[in-house]
Structure formats: C-alpha cells, structure tokens
Design a binder for this molecule. Sequence first.
Ligand code: ADP
Length: 608
Amino acid sequence: MSFFASLEVEAYDRQYSDRELAVRILTYLQPHLRRLVLIAALLAAISFTGIALPVLVARGVDLLATHLSGLAIGLLSGGVLAAGVINWLANWWRRRLMARLVGDVVLTLRTDAFRAAMEQDLSFYDRFSSGRVVSRITSDTKAFGEMAVLIADVTAQFIQAAILGTVLVLIEWRLALLLFAFLPVLFLTAAGLRRVARVVTRHGFRAIANVNAAIKETISGIAVAKNFRQEAAIYAEFDEANRQSYRVNVRRGLVLSLIFPTMNALGGAGTGLLVYTGGLSVAEGLVTAGAWYLFVASLDYFWFPVLNLSAFSAQVQAGLSAAERIFALIDAEPSVVQIASKPVPPLKGDIKLENVSFRYSEQEQVLRNFNLHIRPGESVALVGHTGAGKSTIARLIARFYEFQGGRILVDGHDIRTFDLREYRRQLGIVPQVPFLFSGTVADNIRYARPEVSDEEILELAYRIGEGEWLEALPHGLQTEVGERGSRLSMGQRQLVALMRVLVQRPAIFILDEATASIDPFTEWQIQQALNLILSQTTSIIIAHRLSTVKAADRIIVLRKGEIIEAGSHDELMALGGHYAELYNTYFRHQSLEYVEQVGAWKANLRPD
Ligand code: ADP
C-alpha cells in the first residue's frame, strides 16, 4: 500500500523550484565535502584506467603486426595489469565511500523527517494519514539514496564513454561515426523495453498491494471474522487476490526475461557491423588492426551508459520528488505556535479560559468567546452530548490545537508563552482508549518518571482496591502487556494508565473517560484510583460515568460549545434542566447496579 500511497499528494506538499531543491540537497551533502572530492577523484581514476585497458590491448595488437619485442609486450602486459588493479581498487574504494555517504545522508534525512513528524501537532495527524507520513520517512528517504547512487554510477560511466569517444574520433572518425550512429538505436530500444517493463512492474506491484491489503484487513479484523464464521469467504477473497498476483507477476517475469536477451542480440548485431566495416577498413589500410580491435571492444563501454540513460531520467525524477516530499514534511508549518519559550515553574493548576474562540476548520465554529475558571486543586467534570465541545476544551488546555481568539492562562501565565515541553510535562493526560506501549506493566507505569522504584509503584498499587487488580495479573508488575496493551482487559489498561498519572504527579490531570462499560468491580477500582488523583491535582474530566460526575467538585454542562449549567450534582438536579435530563436518560440506569454492588463489597470488603 505504501508504494502507491507515497505517490499521493497531501495538503502540506509544496513545489520547490529546482534551485531550492538543489540548494537543499547540497546542504545535506555539505558536511561530506571531503568525501565527495575524493569520490570525484576516484571517478576520474576509474575512467582513465577503465579505458586504458582496451587502448593498451589495441596497442598490443598493432605491435603484433609490426615488430614484436619481448620488452614491449612485457610493458604492455604490466600496464594492462596495473590499470586493471588500479581500476578495481578505485572502484572498490569509491563504492565504499558512496555507501557511507548515502547512508549518512539518508540517516540525517530520516532523522530530520522523523523529528518533524514527532513535533507536529495533533491537528496535523487529524488531517493526514499516519501511514503516509511513515512512508515518507522510510520509502522516500530510501528512494532518495538510490537516486544518489545511480547518479554517481551513471556519471562515472559517462565520463568514461566521453573520454573513449574522443580517443575513437581521433583514431578514425568514420568508424567512430558508425559506432555513434548505432547508439540511438540501442537507446530507443532500451527505452521502449523499459517502458513495457515499467507497465508490467506497476501491475505487479498493484497486485501484490492487493494481496497485502487483503491480508492486513483480515488479520486486524480476525476476531470479528471468526465471530461471524466468515473464514471461508475471507479465504476466497484472499485466494482470488493471490492468484491474480501470481498471474500478473508471472507475466511480468516473462516480459522482463525478454529484455536482456533482446538487448544482447542487438549488441551482437552492432558488434557484427563493426567487425565487418572495420575489417574492410583494415583491408583497405584505413585503420590498423589494433584500432579495429579497439572499436569492437569499445561497444561495451557505450552499452551501459546508454542502457542506464533510458532509466536515468525516470529514476532521478522519482528521487527528486521523493526529496521534495521529505522536505515538505520537514517544512510543514506547525499550527500551534508559541510566542515565547519561558521556563515553566511548578504549577498549582489555576486555569482560566478567557473569551476563547476556536474552530477545527473553516466550516464550524466550535467555541465562541468561551470563559471558564478552574481553581487550583479543583476537579471539574465536563458533561454534555457528543459533539458539545468537551474534548475540544481539554485539547486546547493541553495545547494540542491552536485557538484563534482569546487567552488561556495557567497560574496567570498565558500558555502560549510556555516552553511547550516543560508545560506538557506537568500535564497528566489519559485518553479514552489508553495507549500502552509493548513492555511490562511496570514499564508503562513509569513512562513519565523512569526513575520511580518498584516499591513506590507497589505502594500506590495497593492503595487501589487493596492491590487486587495487581494480583489478578499473571506476573504482577512484570506482566507483559502485549502490543498496545492487547493482553490486558480494557479495565486493566485504564488502571495502568491511571497509575501512570499517579506516579507522574502532574499539576493538571486531564481524563477523557472511557465510554465502554466495565464490570462493576473494576469500575470500583478505577474510581479509587481516580479519587486518589483528584485529591492531588487540578482535574478536568470528560465524564461518562455517574460515579465520576458525582466525585467532581463542579459539573459543567456544555451544549454546542457553551456552558449552559454549572454546579454540584444535587444543585443541578434541583435545577431540573439539561443535566437532570442527561441524568435521567443516560447516567441514572447506567450505575444503579454498580452502586448496589459496591455497597455490598464495602460491607464485607472482598468480592467473590
Ligand atoms: P465532545 O467531546 O463533547 O463529544 P468535541 O469537542 O469532540 O465534542 O467536538 C466538538 C465539535 O468539534 C464537534 O462538532 C465535532 O464534530 C468537531 N470536531 C471534533 N474534533 C474534530 C477534529 N479533529 N476535526 C474537525 N472537527 C472536529
């Protein structure tokens, strides 16, 4: 998939002028200037020693025809040997240098692209698929490196061909013309065959991409497929894609296998022509036998550059547009812009939103002159229907998105003046579906503070439901959580995410509460963890459960980006407004069972 995805255009893509692109590429080459100079010198050495071989042998043939001295032959053989050895050594050295150079440039490019991707705001990932960003960092940088190698190889071959061409013209211009006249035929045939190869290769890739897509979708949705007993249908779908890929790729193989024999036959025809006309020229005394040999042997030296030239422009174009895509990612403007980068003092968590206006896109104004004051240590539950703006408020406070109007103050400081990294370090954020990294439970808990000891984690863990949740894990803190935490239940993942915040001890806690229902016992444990956090920090909770709503100091009821009610549960119920309606339609029956069961457990402490 990434192969084609990488060719698609994104909104942050831009067109660089050839000059800009060249300057930019040069800045990546600049640190390796010495290596580049050495490579150029080696290229010259390779070219000279490369053509010295046929020229010396041709000279030997001429000597054979006239006077044959042992010394001359010895010198010539020595020269051929020396040229061969120097050519081999220079080539080996150049390839080593090139491999290092390309490796270093690709490494820097990839690092820059990855850093740029890491620094982007969340709004960037809202708009652009992460898969495509990945392909820019991996495939595009690779394509750029391949282009660099190709340019070096083709340049070497061309310098060599140009020098040899000059020598040939000087020896016998008519034969040289005949040889050069043959080259366009070679070029056009190669270009034509390459076009055919490109079409079949593209079809081949597409067919393989289909197979990949079929496998990927099935594997990621395997649980659903098994649930609905769809194995046979899925297999049939995969089988069809697989067979099609087989047919297309066999055809590709057949076409590709024709290319080299055809080009060889053509080369043979060219050699035949030169042997014939050259032979006639020798017979007529126009050229020496050695020169004739040189012409016949030279065909190969023109062969490779011409073959490569037919592919050159397409590959260089591909490499350049890959470079353009990487630079576009590196240069993508962040939408969250800090106006200063002040150090952040330890925060108390006094949060003030003053006349904040915000929209994600041009179409819809989400917040209009929004005001809210959250006092230090206070816990606030945001409630309201989906789309009311609860998450938006949390995201703005976390500075994930840039707001268009008003101010957000934390402890009296405008959050746009903070050093963003330091500010976020004092935020503890738990998203609706907590993300756990592969590793152990302990690794995940100490994510924000790696230095925390196992003892401290255990002490905290036992304050939640007497540590029962930890005992339920097969290896306690050392349990592997699996990819994205897949080996833990939803409730356990939430507990680990909350533990992470407890260990972190942030000044401001932001929770997007999970909507998925959990068994009452786990819910009770989660509530205990939450209560611990709420007692320590200023908290903003996008609440979906009655117990959480009730635990908050203040409930803020939102509708279409506006606060329509605020107060405690009892006050709002007495008001009989939107909250009371929400309570009756949504919260009330949700937790009845929970309240009863928790009452029972509290009475005899341990559930069955
Ligand atoms: P809530 O959390 O109360 O469900 P949100 O704050 O997520 O509501 O959404 C408020 C409004 O903003 C909705 O109309 C929603 O469609 C829109 N919205 C939310 N997230 C995005 C986004 N990433 N891009 C564009 N619009 C969004």
